[in-house]
Ligand binder design. Sequence first.
Ligand SMILES: C[S@@+](CC[C@H](N)C(=O)[O-])C[C@H]1O[C@@H](n2cnc3c(N)ncnc32)[C@H](O)[C@@H]1O
Length: 388
Amino acid sequence: MLSDKFKFIDKYSIGDTAITDNLIIHGDNKLVLNSITEFYGKVKCIYIDPPYNNGENYHHYNDRDHEDWLNEITTTLKLLKPYLTIDGSIWISIDDNEMHYLKIAADKIFGRNNFITTIVWQQRTSRENRSVFSNNHEYILVYAINPDKFKKTRNPIPLTKEILDRYKNPDNDPRGNWQSVSVNVQDGHAVKNQFYKIVAPNGKEHLPPNGRCWIYNEERMKDEIANNNIWFGLNGNGVPRVKKFLNGQKKGLTPETLWLAEFAGTNKLAKKHLLELFPNDKIFDTPKPETLIQKIINVASNEGDIIMDCYLGSGSTISTAHKLNRKYIGIEKGDHIVDVVVERMKLVIEGESGGISKEINWQGGGNFLFYENVNKKAITSDSNKNIT
Ligand SMILES: C[S@@+](CC[C@H](N)C(=O)[O-])C[C@H]1O[C@@H](n2cnc3c(N)ncnc32)[C@H](O)[C@@H]1O
């Protein structure tokens, strides 16, 4: 239950105040973030997609003057910081227009040493031929409260089918599927005992290629050959390679910083999803796809952790968080929070099949509470003008 600065609105909520962890709050994020301080130090991952100030007007808000924009985002980032857990992280979407100003502002707030990376996301796959350059990427700035702790707790990207398919078992090794990787490396830092002849089990001799040396010394290499860890091809005459077993691999891959559309989806995909949910509505021009937010949430948190977004828009962050069994706090000042966000979350709870639903076999369920910041004006959209 939130403080008396907020009014619980039963008819926009699913579940009662005793049992739910998921909060949707209608209000200006600066006001709200000053009033829910009981969540300080409890949020594992913040994802925000603020207005980009790129001169575009949207159905639900307009962009602003550069200084105003920078002041506002700076204030909001300062308010967000204390909410993060010690191993928590914040992920901020932005495009070219304000990226470099935002980086400097965020460095001052979170600390340059706590900057983790910039992700480049390919947000469209079609070419815009009317422009000088067809801009097809955005950025996501990532900061952690403590990079060492974040490094220990952040999750890898799950192994994909394409990667799993690379592991085979041509010699019926009882240890299971494996793939082979090179057994030679550049000789720049090599020591003398990395240069020698490898003798294969069939007697064939192998020298390292020019400019290369073996990764192991001769004694270790003999052990590895004896233990059937070096592969010389099906006929035994191939260049030596090391067998890397799937069983010995960590559970996933280190996330990369270039997120292509096939990995993280596009704005167009997200818009299509929204149109399926609301066929007759004026829809956000640039919603984020659930696949993009899924990647962020999966890397930055585990089931049961709290995710926060204080620029909800159409609610993509909390919709994804809900499907991934995270708790969430979502804040939005626009009156569309009722017609779009609440309605979307009701559909999610009913088991809607768009976005990441099929991939994760989403069946529906769960709950959320809707709170109104009582210091702000009433919701004014036609369908909801009776709310105060
Ligand atoms: C770019 S949209 C977010 C889109 C969202 N990621 C999605 O996928 O639909 C930004 C949202 O932030 C909201 N917003 C802007 N300033 C705000 C503020 N001070 N407090 C709360 N919400 C705000 C706007 O109304 C808009 O809905």
